[in-house]
Design a protein around this ligand. Structure first.
Ligand SMILES: Cc1cc2nc3c(=O)[nH]c(=O)nc-3n(C[C@H](O)[C@H](O)[C@H](O)COP(=O)(O)O)c2cc1C
Length: 381
């Protein structure tokens, strides 16, 4: 006995480790974000955390998942497993890393650290075009774990085509076309900060300024549906179209050659007052049911935007998502702990998902069917 009196725990309080800097014994994303904000430059925090316009869509994304309620199944004798496949690649979890730009601002290891962290969690990483390491460098860091490459239209179509070919050659398993950025959203925080990539960091997939071909004309209409099949052919990879929020668009993308559709509002960074993924997802899933991908298989649907808990993820799976992807939680994980921080976020959320699945009598991700959820609150559906 030391004679010290122990502080009485508040009802419901989870015991914390003695070291105040140690992470809590559960996935506390608010705590992680607080710690990340404390070490990053304020303009970088604004870039990572911010959204377009009034940031209404940014704020609504997580809330929208919580307008659904789970309907647990009992007496099913279930211990859940989270393993699944994404376009045929085996993964340990349906929770992946969404593509996000400029990861070396968060941690010197940048995308290489994220790739290692995701591989350690058995999770799929989608690598952004706007990476600080090249398409080939990040592929090498995955150590053979499945990864996808996200493509943006570059200032010259020839360079965009070249990147698509390089993604195929580098061993990525799919090409993700982000189609919700014909132009950049108006992000007031970045405009106010005059945000720019800090000196010393490179846009590794952009040609050096001296090598730049002339920019596309101002009246360039950007990508159209025919580009979906064209990029599949160029890269030799299945194409995922990211940034779809409507059933009719989803069907059009599939008929144009997409293997999968990714429901996303770009983390609230593009269109403000946009329908949240949690509400667009059922419409998209309904619309592509019965459609087949280019290889004759079912069309996979993914979702992102404000997924923060195991319950959010299970709602998404029940609404028909085959996987969910995390943006900002992995930003804060990478900032605080490099590859290990990314692993902690992915493994933490996967653990929460497995726990919630077991509590709800759901053995596998495929067992999360629409009967598992019901609408609560908002009545737009
Ligand atoms: C800092 C940041 C940078 C992003 N950069 C890209 C990008 O380069 N390409 C892309 O397709 N999406 C990008 N996104 C969108 C994410 O892929 C994803 O759709 C979104 O972050 C998911 O929402 P969440 O952050 O609430 O999890 C970015 C998001 C953030 C937060």
């Amino acid at each position: 006995m030391t004679g010290q009196t122990q502080r009485r725990r508040a009802p419901g309080e989870v015991p914390r480790a003695a070291d105040p800097t140690a992470p809590p014994p559960f996935l506390d994303l608010d705590d992680l974000e607080r710690r990340a904000r404390a070490v990053l430059d304020p303009a970088v925090v604004d870039y990572y955390a911010g959204g377009a316009g009034t940031e209404t869509s940014l704020a609504e994304a997580p809330v929208a998942w919580r307008t659904w309620r789970l309907r647990p199944r009992v007496l099913r004798g279930v211990t859940a497993t989270t393993a699944t496949t994404l376009l045929g690649s085996a993964v340990a979890t349906p929770v992946g890393v969404a593509p996000w730009a400029y990861q070396a601002m968060a941690h010197p290891g940048g995308e290489l650290a994220t790739a290692r962290g995701a591989a350690a969690a058995g999770a799929l990483m989608c690598v952004s075009t706007s990476a600080n390491h090249s398409v080939e460098e990040v592929a090498a860091a995955t150590g053979g774990a499945p990864a996808w490459f996200q493509l943006y239209a570059q200032h010259s179509p020839a360079h965009t085509d070249d990147l698509a070919r390089r993604a195929g050659d580098a061993g990525y398993r799919a090409l993700v076309l982000t189609v919700d950025l014909p132009v950049l959203g108006r992000r007031h925080r970045d405009l106010r900060n005059d945000f720019a990539l800090p000196a010393g960091l490179r846009m590794a997939n952009h040609p050096a300024p001296d090598d730049r071909p002339p920019p596309a004309a101002d009246d360039d209409p950007g990508w159209v549906l025919a580009d979906v099949g064209r990029f599949a052919e160029l890269s030799g990879l299945p194409v995922v179209v990211k940034g779809v929020l409507r059933g009719d668009d989803a069907v059009a993308c599939v008929q144009a050659g997409a293997s999968a559709v990714w429901v996303s509002a770009h983390g609230g960074r593009q269109v403000d007052l946009v329908v949240p993924s949690a509400h667009a997802l059922p419409e998209v899933v309904d619309a592509v049911r019965g459609e087949t991908g280019p290889d004759g298989g079912d069309v996979e649907v993914y979702a992102d935007g404000g997924v923060r808990t195991g319950s959010d993820a299970l709602v998404a799976l029940a609404l028909g998502a085959r996987a969910v992807f995390l943006g900002r939680p992995t930003v804060w994980g990478l900032t605080c702990g490099g590859a290990d921080g990314v692993t902690a976020v992915l493994a933490g959320l996967t653990g929460e998902l497995a726990h919630t699945m077991t509590l709800c009598g759901v053995a596998t991700p495929a067992g999360a069917t629409p009967d598992l959820v019901t609408r609560y609150g908002w009545t737009t559906r």
